[in-house]
Design a binder for this molecule. Structure first.
Ligand code: FES
Length: 136
């Protein structure tokens, strides 16, 4: 890679600061999967529609197929691999497992990251739960 087509970025991924030379056109999802071997982040549609590639970018939900890796320079990225600590599932992961909360499972990492971002909004989650019970 040369200096015109690549850039050295510093990004914190799942709490670990990493310096890496990335191609200017490399998508964040491919950087995570192919360069860092964090294959829990999936590529579904590659058009920003399905959410399988969802990560947290500075604590905010982001579809990593819609971002360039160089846009993560200086940011903190959290992937599904960063949820469990020391082999202990988060309460959310355990709940997904207990309730067999998946269809084929391909988008489960994205759903977990989305639900992780929602857990700070307890009243919204309670409202959705109440509405889901009311409509069934
Ligand atoms: S791969 Fe479908 S939204 Fe990114």
């Amino acid at each position: 890679m040369d200096a015109l087509t690549s850039k050295r970025i510093t990004v914190t991924v799942n709490g670990e600061e990493i310096e890496y030379d990335v191609e200017a056109r490399r998508l964040l999802v491919h950087f995570l999967r192919d360069d860092l071997d964090l294959t829990g982040t999936h590529v579904g549609c590659d058009t920003g529609n399905c959410g399988a590639c969802t990560v947290l970018y500075d604590g905010v939900l982001a579809k990593s197929c819609m971002l360039l890796a160089i846009q993560a320079d200086g940011a903190a990225i959290e992937t599904v691999e960063g949820l469990a600590q020391d082999g202990e599932l988060t309460a959310l992961q355990q709940s997904f497992s207990d309730h067999h909360a998946l269809q084929c499972g391909y988008c489960t990492p994205g759903m977990l990251m989305s639900a992780t971002a929602l857990t700070g909004y307890v009243n919204i989650v309670e409202a959705v739960k109440a509405a889901s019970g009311a409509s069934t």
